[in-house]
Write a new protein. Structure first.
Length: 228
C-alpha cells in the first residue's frame, strides 16, 4: 500500500480540498474559500503536484469523494477526476464521503451526520470502518439510533440540527461536530482500495447523489413555515 502515488479530490461541500498520497505520505491542500471549486481546483492540483515532486505520469490512480454532498461539488470532483484519468489512462477510485469522514474521526463506532440542507442530513453508522447500512437522507427526527452507548458522532449536521444531537445523546460518548469531509481521508481510503485492485474505469465513475432533488417547491417551503 505504501509504494504508490495517487491524487485525491474532495469537493462534496464548500470546504474543498485535495491530497496527494506519495508512498504512504499525504500532502493535503485546501481550496480557496469563497471561490467556485471549478475555478480553483486544477491550479491547486498542479501546484500541489509540483510541491510533492510528482508528475501526473507518476500517479497510479485518481480518487474523488463520490458523495453524497453538494450536487455541483460532486459533479466537479467527478468530472475533474475523469478528465485527468482519461488523458493519462489512469483508473479512478470513487470514495464515499461519509466513509472518509468516519475514517477521519478515528472512532471505532461512528455516527456521521452531514448537513444536507432543506432540513435533512446525510446519515450513516460505521463500525470498524465498515458501513452498517447504506447512507440515508433523512430528517433529524427520523435518524435511526444505535442500540448501545459507546458511539462517536461527527459532522456538521450535529451543529445544524440541535434536535439531532439531543436524540443521539443517549448513545454518544464523544462529539466531533466540526469534522468535515477532507481529501486526506479520501486519499487514505483510496490507497487501500488501490492496493486491493479496487478501481473503476474513468468512464464508469459517477457521483453518489442520494437526494434526487436540490430545491423545495413553493408549496413545500410554505408547508414547513418558509417563504414563497
Amino acid at each position: 500500500m505504501r509504494r504508490m502515488n495517487l491524487l485525491a479530490i474532495e469537493t462534496s461541500t464548500e470546504l474543498g480540498s485535495i491530497a496527494v498520497w506519495r508512498d504512504g505520505e499525504v500532502l493535503r491542500r485546501h481550496c480557496p474559500v469563497g471561490v467556485s471549486h471549478s475555478e480553483t481546483l486544477l491550479p491547486l492540483i498542479q501546484a500541489t503536484m509540483r510541491e510533492a515532486g510528482l508528475r501526473f505520469a507518476d500517479l497510479q490512480a485518481i480518487a474523488f469523494a463520490a458523495g453524497p454532498g453538494s450536487f455541483t461539488g460532486l459533479r466537479v470532483a467527478c468530472g475533474v477526476a475523469q478528465g485527468l484519468a482519461v488523458a493519462r489512462e489512469l483508473p479512478v477510485i470513487p470514495v464515499g464521503t461519509l466513509d472518509a469522514m468516519a475514517l477521519a474521526s478515528a472512532g471505532q463506532r461512528v455516527i456521521v451526520a452531514l448537513d444536507a440542507r432543506m432540513g435533512e442530513v446525510y446519515y450513516a453508522l460505521f463500525a470498524d470502518g465498515m458501513p452498517l447500512a447504506p447512507v440515508v437522507l433523512c430528517r433529524p427526527s427520523e435518524a435511526s439510533l444505535p442500540d448501545s452507548a459507546d458511539w462517536l458522532a461527527c459532522g456538521n449536521g450535529l451543529a445544524a440540527y440541535p434536535e439531532l444531537r439531543d436524540r443521539l445523546a443517549i448513545c454518544v460518548q464523544a462529539w466531533q461536530p466540526e469534522l468535515m469531509p477532507d481529501a486526506g481521508a479520501v486519499a487514505r481510503l483510496a490507497a487501500a482500495c488501490l492496493g486491493r485492485g479496487e478501481t473503476v474505469d474513468a468512464a464508469d465513475a459517477a457521483p453518489l447523489y442520494v437526494r434526487n432533488k436540490v430545491a423545495l417547491t413553493v408549496a413545500e417551503r410554505l408547508a414547513t413555515g418558509g417563504k414563497a
